[in-house]
Design a protein around this ligand. Structure first.
Ligand code: A2P
Length: 270
């Protein structure tokens, strides 16, 4: 895909009401990037929700994919975090966006990784792999997260150390934030792990949870459906495996219409 075609697509998007302008692009690794766009004035969303974003194809039709909003609901702009798939229909082109380009954004936020889908609890676990950290980037900067829970634990598992960089930067930005930094300093714990390279914590989150290592590392002795709540975001396999483990611990899956102890959503890929 050439840049010329990319820009043609962007120009077409500019003529439509759903077009938003790119304000920042950061490439974290060869395979991961984040970007910020202008926010439609009327867009309201709950932390953890996703929207459809994309570009126009050469035939003029929109090519859209679900992307979790990675910025907090009080932010003036919207942030997204994406994988780059070299032959992926959208991300093969989206990875080339530049400041000033335009993308399509349908302002209809939806999703299950929302506080409304959970019953009240004391501790919340945000369990992410890869770009599945995106909805939690919004949730860990939502004051409600700290009003509702005594402890907030964000686990992020990636293959390599470098792929954890977005999460480390996110934690720094969160702890330094004038609005929620102080609340987060008291309650937020970051537990990054790698599976294909050594780092401080090595292993799949499923294994670390099942073996008890995660709980002992965090000095938690009372994990229970009575007060632990969880949100999961990763690949289909990760989601299914974690769902099973959480259910074995007595937690039930919730939804907007029937809140319970945990919720799951597939991270965008492709
Ligand atoms: P692993 O390296 O052992 O496959 P991916 O890029 O494939 O989505 O993987 C992102 C991270 O999620 C990797 O660290 C990977 O570990 C881990 N992962 C993938 N599938 C599962 C699963 N079913 N259970 C636990 N961890 C998983």
């Amino acid at each position: 895909m050439t840049l010329t075609m990319q820009h043609d697509a962007s120009i077409k998007a500019a003529a439509l009401p759903d077009a938003q302008t790119v304000t920042e692009v950061k490439h974290w690794t060869d395979q991961l990037f984040s970007f910020r766009v202008t926010r439609p004035k009327t867009l309201r969303f709950r932390s953890g929700e996703f929207v459809m974003i994309g570009l126009f194809k050469d035939d003029g039709k929109p090519l859209l994919r679900a992307y979790s909003i990675a910025s907090p609901s009080w932010d003036e702009e919207l942030e997204f975090y994406s994988i780059k798939v070299q032959d992926g229909p959208l991300t093969s082109r989206l990875q080339h966006i530049k400041v000033g380009d335009q993308i399509i954004l349908r302002p209809k936020p939806v999703g299950t990784l929302v506080h409304d889908a959970l019953l009240p609890g004391k501790r919340i676990w945000f369990l992410a792999t890869g770009t599945g950290i995106a909805p939690f980037a919004s949730l860990i900067r939502d004051p409600q997260t700290y009003e509702d829970y005594d402890q907030v634990i964000l686990t992020h598992t990636c293959r390599d150390r470098h792929e954890l960089d977005y999460g480390f930067d996110l934690l720094k930005r969160t702890l330094e934030d004038p609005l929620i930094g102080e609340m987060a300093q008291d309650k937020l714990i970051h537990y990054p792990t790698t599976t294909r390279e050594t780092s401080d914590n090595v292993g799949r989150i499923t294994d670390l949870l099942s073996s008890g290592k995660l709980l002992s590392d965090l000095d938690i002795k009372d994990f229970s459906a009575a007060h632990d709540r969880a949100m999961v975001c990763g690949s289909m396999g990760l989601n299914l495996d974690l769902k099973k483990i959480l259910e074995e611990h007595g937690l039930n899956e919730g939804a907007n219409s029937a809140p319970a102890e945990f919720v799951v959503e597939k991270a965008f890929v492709g």
